[in-house]
Structures are given as structure tokens and as C-alpha cells.
Write a protein that binds this ligand. Structure first.
Ligand code: ADP
Ligand code: MG
Length: 252
């Protein structure tokens, strides 16, 4: 068995199943992620990675099994409840508001995690605007605050999405292909930013990624999925020389 990072278990998934009609998308997934761990989930297209992230984020409800965040059972919770419990996620397909400005997108994420909305004084409004601007600075979009999102580049949009999920102040971050569709340099810049913020905020990270260089750069531990199951698990160096994993990728 691969050595596990020390620290309390943040996320435990046991025998998780999800069917779409007769199709079995998750076929008894077990996963255990420790606090502060950076875990990559990889596997061929159709392996069930996005379905797993959707169940963890509350966008889908698992048919059976359990998902625990610490000691809390997350099965059958809604996305907004997951968010309140500290789970933040991004989507494989961009999920910003295209007709709104960069600033207003970030403001909307900020508002989602706040409890002040029922009493909004002028002083508080000013403070919120400052907070939104500093959140935009972290993701290097402060100078684009007034631009409409549909006019900014794909890479900037992916960075905005990451910033928006950070603004909800998660403890567990779920990223589904955060670098999809980006150029090589942009991919590395985004993942460096993710690693910086994850470390600084002591977050637990579970991310799905196709770019194997990014996986090896960012992950401490890798879960390989195939046909809705966990096919292999281990440290990057163990997965790199795993015969079966090489066959899945070469074959698929
Ligand atoms: P991955 O992210 O690993 O590429 P997915 O989790 O998106 O895979 O999909 C796993 C399988 O489940 C695929 O065969 C996909 O076609 C199927 N699937 C995913 N979502 C649905 C859905 N809403 N309805 C029917 N089938 C689905
Ligand atoms: Mg996917």
C-alpha cells in the first residue's frame, strides 16, 4: 500500500455508485483524501472523473455508498449546502456569467459566501468592493475588472473561475480540468497560482487533469480511474511506472 500523507482524513468516499439508466458511471468508488493533500484524479475519457466530482460537489446525487467530509455525511446535500460546508468546485466547461463584467462575476461569488446581504451600509459596500478588487489582484485580473467576461480570453476566464471559487472560502477545492483548452505556458501559470493559493490557505485539493506534466507537478498522490472504478492509486513515481496504468493510456 502506498504511504499516506499524515494528517486527519478530510474526505472519505466509500463504495460510491452512480448509474445513468442502465449505464454504471461510478461502480463502487473508494477514496480517502487527507487534509492539505493535493490529489489528482486521472483516467481516460468516460472513466467517471467528472461524475465523481459532480457527486462530491452536490451537482449529482450518488445512488448508494457514502461521502464524508470529516465526520459529516454529504450524500444527498445540495450544491449550496456543499458550498456552505466548505466545498468549492470549478467545472470542466467554463461557468462564469459571460455578459457580466469581471468585477461583477467576482462580486457574485463573494456574495454567495457572505452573511451580510440583509444589511448593506455604504461603509460595508466600500469594504466589499475593496475585497473584490483584492481577490481580482490575486488572480491578476484587477486591471480587467470592467471588461465583460465574453470579451476576455479563455485563459483569463479559467483564472477568473478559479478566483471565484476561492472567494467562496472553501476548505476542500474540487477542480475539474482547470487547465482545459489553455496553451502550455498558460497552463503552467494557472497551476502555479493554484499551488500557491492552496498552500497559502492550507486547502485540500482534488483535481482532474489530462496534462500529465501538470499532474506530476501538482499532485502528491494520484488516483487513476477506469470504467467507473479506482484502477490504481499511489504516489506520482509509483503511478509513473505502473504497468496497468501505462496500458490504459497507451491502449486508450
Ligand atoms: P470523464 O470525466 O472521466 O471523462 P464522465 O464522468 O463525464 O467521464 O462520464 C462517465 C460516463 O458517464 C461517460 O460514458 C458518460 O457518457 C456518462 N455520463 C456522464 N453524464 C451522463 C448523464 N448525465 N447521462 C448519461 N450518461 C452520462
Ligand atoms: Mg470529465
Amino acid at each position: 500500500m502506498p504511504e499516506q500523507p499524515t494528517g486527519a482524513v478530510a474526505l472519505t468516499v466509500r463504495s460510491l455508485r452512480k448509474n445513468f439508466g442502465k449505464f454504471v458511471a461510478l461502480d463502487g468508488v473508494d477514496l480517502s483524501v487527507r487534509q492539505g493533500e493535493r490529489r489528482a484524479v486521472i483516467g481516460p475519457n468516460g472513466a467517471g472523473k467528472t461524475t465523481l466530482i459532480n457527486v462530491l460537489g452536490g451537482q449529482l446525487v450518488g445512488d448508494s455508498g457514502s461521502v464524508m467530509l470529516g465526520t459529516r455525511n454529504l450524500m444527498k446535500k445540495y450544491p449550496h449546502q456543499m458550498s456552505r460546508l466548505g466545498i468549492g468546485r470549478t467545472f470542466q466547461i467554463s461557468s462564469t456569467f459571460p455578459r457580466m463584467t469581471v468585477f461583477d462575476n467576482m462580486l457574485s461569488a463573494h456574495v454567495c459566501s457572505a452573511s451580510w446581504w440583509f444589511s448593506l451600509s455604504a461603509g460595508r459596500l466600500k469594504r466589499i468592493k475593496d475585497e473584490v478588487m483584492s481577490e481580482l489582484e490575486i488572480i491578476h485580473l484587477d486591471r480587467m475588472a470592467d471588461q465583460v467576461v465574453e470579451d476576455i480570453s479563455h485563459g483569463d476566464r479559467k483564472r477568473l473561475e478559479f478566483g471565484m471559487v476561492l472567494a467562496t472560502k472553501p476548505s476542500l477545492l474540487l477542480l475539474d480540468e482547470p487547465t482545459a483548452g489553455m496553451g502550455l505556458q498558460e497552463r503552467h501559470e494557472l497551476i502555479d497560482l493554484v499551488l500557491k493559493e492552496v498552500t497559502r490557505r492550507k486547502l485540500t485539493l482534488v483535481f482532474v487533469e489530462h496534462d500529465i506534466d501538470i499532474v506530476f507537478k501538482a499532485a502528491e498522490h494520484i488516483t487513476v480511474m477506469a470504467l467507473g472504478k479506482v484502477f490504481a492509486e499511489g504516489k506520482p513515481e509509483e503511478i509513473a511506472k505502473h504497468q496497468g496504468v501505462q496500458e490504459i493510456y497507451l491502449g486508450g
